[in-house]
Design a protein around this ligand. Structure first.
Ligand SMILES: [Zn+2]
Length: 329
């Protein structure tokens, strides 16, 4: 864990300097016009204490800004030291953190903690477009799906005259929430919440997120059969025949890596996902992906992970509904 005696967790000026150093390693950039020229950006300093601390003036667009403008912390009334502390807590807790825990640890209201938690998860969300697909030539991507929690709206079946759909012989998987996950062996993972797992929806996730030059490893589920042919190679293990791993030359065919990603997520979500609205599930997935992709096995420290999250908090625009929520946090 981080050293919680560090002044960045208690002192507003130190917290602000910490945020500025992470967001602006080469000096402040104007979030309004993109100006980076240090000669035309000035710190607003006056004798009067009427102005906000950490305020900058951009001579290019005549606008003012602080380090939180254009980030998930924008318009927040929560002290910056508490934000910094919260980012570190989320980065360091393997199983994540509930709004209740955050509320107790930060001494903010539950509602504020809830909004902070969701904004931190939003910050942790990877920009899939700019980071490109997983895998590639000579690389292995494992794909699998898992079922968690309970759907908010039961799935109905036309054959059953609009009554909830149940899968014969399966333990109500049809009424659970569906998560599809991909992981590059030795690399990054991405999990997605799907309303329905069909060949088409699963294909969409695969082709958008896993390079088709990769070798795909899955179980024998028919969801992957057709899409698998679009990949350089597709190997399956037959879980129904109790086959979990198979050696082929110098490679071992299995989907244990993605199952492990799912299991960390599920353990973290115990006691949380009943309360996690389906509309927010994608943010929890992003949070767990974020930590997995910066796992300690890759020699990423808690502090580096927290700094990454803070860096990624910038440039995440708040949507209208979220900015209305902002008054709570
Ligand atoms: Zn500007």
């Amino acid at each position: 864990m981080a050293d919680f005696n560090d002044p960045i967790f208690h002192d507003e000026d130190k917290a602000r300097e910490h945020l500025e150093a992470i967001r602006w390693p080469h000096g402040p950039n104007c979030p309004h016009c993109g100006n980076v020229d240090q000669d035309t950006i000035a710190k607003v300093e006056g004798k009067k204490q009427s102005h906000r601390k950490g305020l900058y003036y951009c001579n290019e667009c005549k606008g003012t800004f602080t380090v939180t403008v254009g980030s998930v912390m924008e318009r927040s009334k929560v002290p910056l030291a508490k934000w910094v502390f919260a980012f570190h807590l989320f980065a360091a807790s393997k199983k994540g953190m509930s709004a209740h825990q955050l509320h107790r640890m930060l001494g903010v209201t539950y509602k504020t903690a809830w909004f902070m938690a969701h904004r931190i998860r939003e910050a942790m969300k990877e920009d899939v477009k700019s980071s490109g697909p997983l895998g590639g030539e000579g690389k292995i991507v494992e794909a699998d799906e898992t079922y968690i929690g309970k759907r908010e709206t039961p799935r109905v079946s036309a054959q059953r005259k609009g009554r909830p759909y149940t899968k014969k012989g399966k333990s109500g998987g049809a009424q659970k929430r569906i998560v599809v996950g991909l992981v590059e062996r030795g690399g990054k993972a991405r999990m997605f919440h799907l309303n329905d797992a069909t060949k088409a929806t699963v294909r969409e996730v695969l082709v958008r997120n896993a390079d088709r030059n990769s070798t795909l490893y899955t179980d024998e589920s028919r969801l992957y059969t057709e899409t698998g042919t679009e990949y350089a190679d597709h190997k399956t293990v037959k879980h129904s025949a109790k086959e979990y791993a198979r050696r082929e030359g110098d490679k071992v065919v299995h989907s244990n890596t993605i199952e492990n990603v799912f299991s960390v997520f599920k353990r973290g979500m115990v006691g949380v996902y009943q309360h996690c609205g389906e509309a927010h599930l994608h943010r929890y997935l992003a949070e767990f992906d974020f930590r997995y992709n910066r796992r300690s096995a890759l020699k990423v420290s808690d502090r580096e992970r927290a700094e990454d999250a803070i860096r990624m908090a910038a440039g995440k625009r708040l949507m209208y509904a979220q900015s209305r929520e902002a008054r709570y946090a």
